[in-house]
Design a protein around this ligand. Structure first.
Ligand code: PMP
Length: 381
């Protein structure tokens, strides 16, 4: 099976499985316990935190290991709600993942403003500046760095700078960015997130960098007293090993976007009427969000799976919620179009050849769907 749904989750790399298993055998003790082997685990935990803090150019105390991006995003929204005046507003982009938009609307009910977009789906910086310069500033600005659906990259570096200059906290959902693009400027955001399973690590572990010292989870002194609960050291260690693998493959990842672009051009040519969502924008090099000219996305997913390719209809998270897609809203897609969206997302081990084969598989699937639909028309006559 050729797996092209890496924005949902990535396969766990063998070196990560090995590290996780070793750690469960050797470093399973509670890091807060008073004996030598527990202290060793505690020291390793501190080392992991220091490594991330160096990579991310932030204070070790601001790196908080969490269960992943959903928890981290929820945490930020809840803590700003608790620490802001009762009538404070927040600004969020229209492309937010539901782990930002839902807690935003829960905690700041009727006090969430959307940052307007340009027609290409990129936030309108001029509108943002105007809003930031009003006398009543937002308590927080939230923006996704790169869309999990379309891969569209938002100008988060610019937004971070604008917010920094005006002393407005900026939370950036960098879940899809980490493991695909450089970490070097992330420290300009007040807070930002990662989930290890988006870059070859295990599920249920990630981090939140929060430079504003918010504290949410009470009941123990772990994570500097900011997130109580026994630390998940084996997974934290496995996440570090996943990162090492990522680094070993990270030379010029963005140049790989050409493989994706060539596949898209091939499809536009061989399956007339196909559209690429966000095609003119800077996108994650691994992602393509396609609006197919006919047949429902589940027909495409099933058809492609039969010939050995796993792709998706969009965000895996929207399967559980109301099914709405931020990208569909941004691009004003109608319900029929939403049902024709197919997302493909590669990762580190994919080659140019894999993308070429995926393009051929789409064409093969199209021919099969066309012939099935002709057969069913004949039968229904
Ligand atoms: N934000 C973005 C942009 C995501 O893609 C995801 C995962 N789809 C999340 C947040 C939530 O991550 P997790 O499910 O690992 O908590």
């Amino acid at each position: 099976m050729s797996y092209f749904d890496n924005n949902a989750t990535t396969p766990v790399h063998p070196s990560v499985i090995e590290a996780l298993s070793r750690c469960c055998k050797e470093d399973w003790r509670n890091p807060s316990s008073p004996y030598r082997l527990a202290s060793r685990t505690k020291a390793k935990l501190s080392y992991a935190r220091e490594q991330w803090s160096e990579l991310l150019k932030v204070n070790p105390a601001d790196v908080i290991f969490s269960s992943g991006a959903t928890e981290s995003n929820n945490w930020i929204l809840a803590s700003y709600a608790q620490n802001s005046p009762a009538d404070a507003t927040i600004l969020i982009s229209t492309s937010e993942h539901s782990s930002v938009s839902e807690p935003a609307n829960f905690w700041f009910k009727n006090r969430v403003e959307e940052i307007p977009n340009q027609t290409d789906g990129i936030v309108c910086i001029d509108s943002l500046i105007r809003r930031l310069e009003e006398s009543r500033r937002p308590a927080l600005v939230c923006m996704i760095a790169a869309s999990n659906e379309s891969g569209i990259v938002q100008p988060w570096e610019k937004v971070a700078k604008l917010c920094q200059e005006r002393n407005v906290p900026f939370h950036c959902d960098t879940t899809q960015w980490v493991g695909k693009l450089p970490l070097s400027d992330l420290h300009h955001c007040s807070s930002f997130t990662a989930s290890a399973h988006k870059f070859g690590g295990p599920r249920g572990v990630g981090w939140l960098v929060d430079q504003n010292s918010t504290r949410l989870q009470f009941g123990g002194g772990q994570e500097g007293g900011r997130r109580a609960g026994t630390e998940n050291f084996p997974s934290i260690q496995a996440m570090a090993i996943a990162w090492e693998y990522c680094l070993s493959k990270s030379d010029d990842l963005e140049a790989r976007s050409i493989w994706r672009d060539q596949m898209e051009m091939d499809l536009l040519d061989r399956i007339p009427g196909t559209k690429v969502i966000g095609g003119g924008n800077r996108r994650l090099w691994n992602t393509s969000f396609l609006l197919m000219p006919e047949f429902q996305n589940l027909d495409w997913v099933t058809g492609l799976e039969k010939i050995g390719f796993e792709v998706s209809t969009g965000s895996a998270c929207s399967v559980f919620s109301d099914g709405s897609s931020p990208t569909a809203r941004t691009y004003s897609l109608n319900p029929m179009e939403v049902k024709r969206l197919v997302r493909v997302s590669s990762y580190l081990d994919h080659t140019h050849e894999d993308w070429r084969e995926l393009g051929d598989a789409f064409v093969q699937c199209y021919e099969k769907l066309l012939s099935n639909s002709k057969d069913s028309r004949v039968i229904s006559l």
